[in-house]
Design a protein around this ligand. Sequence first.
Ligand code: NAD
Length: 409
Amino acid sequence: MSIVLENLERLKEAARLENISDEHLSVLNTPVQVSYAELAVGDRKLPAWRIIYNRALGPGKGGIRFHPEVSEDEVQSLAFWMSLKNSLADIPYGGAKGGVKFNPKDSSPAELEEISRAYARAFADKLGQDKDVPAPDVYTNGQIMAYILDEFEKIKGAHEPGMITGKPLELGGIALRGDATAQGGYLVTKEMIKKFLSGKTACKIAVQGYGNAGLFMAEKLAVDGHLIVAASDSKGGIYNENGLDIMALSAWKNSGKSVSEFAGGQAVSNAELLELPVDILVLAALENQITADNAEKIQAPCIVELANGPINLAADRILANKKTVVVPDILANSGGVIVSYFEWAQNRTGQILDEEYLRDLLDKKMKSGWQRVVAKFEEKNGEITLRQAAYIIAIKRILAAEKYRGRIK
Ligand code: NAD
């Protein structure tokens, strides 16, 4: 089943639990705007998308991914998750996502600049601080955002830093953005340990995907005394049951080397890492990592989804039967978009907000999201999953906005 169809299944399941009618739900069945272009770069034509799934709560908001596996199904699914994530986080955004299908690892810095500028030109009339606001995602970063902003502003003939977030500080970015996703994930993981692991100290943790989200998350958990026993990237992973030296591993990874070549642990494949005997599994790579093929073999009692969509629908059901606690992506990785919202608000008002105040606000928003999800889970006597609880809250806020807009009765 495509990810889009799986999402609709999840949506229906959550809606049924709350007696939301099919008629109301139908506004969430399809994206409101699908834009496609072929970016001509050198002698290549690269498929590119920008999709707004829903905009009842505000302009589109969501990252841009550069990856060889990008497809319309994937971009639409990511835009769908962004809609729910932004709603759950209580921020004034709809949901959107973009992507370009190519392998950035095979491209020179000059080609990456050309592709970023071509993307901005292709979708310039669809983007803007009140229309749709991109941000970084897998294999895109502040520099890519800077090229897109620059090209967009050239076309518009005016400055508009709020059209994109995750920018360098000098272009109106925000210091908190670098580790915001991990910080948000870390805050809810601490709450999860209190509630579902009896406040256990020195938890054994495996992290799949040692990139922006996974690396900072591992560092924060290690500082608290937890043992990061395994980590991986696209080339493979390493395992040491006594805990890896995380600061050394981060320095290694930041110097451009693969986690799999780090001394200090035994080699494990990405598939093996998922099945290790740990307390917490952090998924911080890509979609569809846990499926019907491996869900039964997962030993971790708790999973945190820092990546979007790392567990598919069939696996969700198997894990639910096993009573595995899954902190869903739309909550666990929402720190990134919450801080993007701070950046956007700052760009729009011209005010500089105090960093301590913003850190505190991120903390409050993450805890509020966690508390609302747990309250809904408990209202249903723990017979639903945390994902279903999060979906119910998110869907209801979007549908309330759609109702005020008169799109549903
Ligand atoms: P990134 O490109 O910085 O890191 C991704 C990491 O995953 C890389 O180290 C890569 O080598 C590794 N990887 C790729 N395929 C893998 C595989 N099969 N097994 C193990 N590792 C693999 O990207 P990121 O920004 O950290 O994003 C990771 C996930 O988090 C994505 O799903 C993204 O959508 C999600 N996310 C990120 C942010 C953010 O602010 N960075 C926000 C929300 C969600």
